[in-house]
Write a protein that binds this ligand. Structure first.
Ligand SMILES: Cc1cc2nc3c(=O)[nH]c(=O)nc-3n(C[C@H](O)[C@H](O)[C@H](O)COP(=O)(O)OP(=O)(O)OC[C@H]3O[C@@H](n4cnc5c(N)ncnc54)[C@H](O)[C@@H]3O)c2cc1C
Length: 209
């Protein structure tokens, strides 16, 4: 994906199905194309970004399976809507894990969304614990409403489940004020006393003041 991937949508074009501005097949919330009862999902289908509300074609397996479930449910006669994507991703390069959800600072600026960002460096275990690995979290917060709208994490481990937690928080329209009060767990071999996501939220709150 770093080189860019474009779906081959020729089949849809030949069938007269409209292509969207991302050059993928336009779909509605039911994953239905402009032609009734014809559905498109996965790498060839355009969907909506949860934060920008703009068309996006994230080309992720996670999105493809959820879209497939939505289309299949609708085809089976039960009403189901796909409400958009945060395009949450994780990856690993040798010993470094990285992940993101929602929008980045760059995308926020591009979309003229007023933001504050906060970045904290922490550890994946208690600082004194021998195998503790570094973890860096960046939160992107909508200035006007204090809503969390994006996060990126890079570190030695434990990136995926934190990205998932932040993705839930964004989907549920949590503010950083709420996140700063999150009821998190702690044990030295597994995490820090102050959960790094909570610290990052506190930092964002300080910047919002
Ligand atoms: C190297 C790589 C790593 C990835 N890693 C991740 C990851 O870690 N996490 C993640 O979320 N996503 C990842 N992805 C993306 C993910 O694989 C895709 O988003 C997902 O597979 C898309 O599903 P799809 O059903 O739309 O398309 P595909 O999985 O590509 O399925 C399309 C199928 O259609 C078949 N086909 C094509 N043309 C025809 C035809 N004319 N007639 C009949 N059959 C046809 C193909 O053979 C294929 O089996 C990765 C992709 C790549 C390439």
């Amino acid at each position: 994906n770093a080189f860019g991937v474009r779906a081959n949508t020729q089949l849809a074009v030949d069938a007269g199905i409209p292509i969207g501005e991302t050059r993928a097949i336009k779909t509605n919330a039911y994953m239905e194309t402009a032609i009734a009862d014809v559905y498109a999902v996965g790498d060839c289908a355009e969907t909506t970004h949860f934060i920008t509300h703009k068309p996006i074609c994230p080309q992720l397996g996670t999105v493809a399976v959820r879209q497939g479930k939505t289309a299949g449910t609708n085809i089976g006669g039960v009403n189901s809507q796909f409400t958009g994507v945060l395009a949450s991703t994780v990856t690993k390069l040798f010993d470094i894990e990285a992940g993101s959800t929602g929008i980045s600072e760059t995308v926020a600026v591009k979309n003229q969304i007023g933001i504050v960002v906060s970045t904290v460096n922490s550890k994946t275990k208690a600082g004194y614990y021998p195998s503790a690995k570094p973890l860096r979290i960046k939160l992107v917060v909508k200035k006007e409403t204090e809503h969390l709208i994006g996060a990126q994490i890079v570190g030695g481990e434990e990136v995926t489940q934190r990205i998932n937690a932040l993705s839930f928080a964004i989907q549920k329209q949590m503010t950083v004020r709420d996140l700063a009060k999150a009821d998190t767990a702690y044990a030295p071999p597994m995490c820090e006393t102050w959960e790094p996501m909570v610290l990052a939220a506190e930092m964002a709150l300080m910047k919002l003041r």
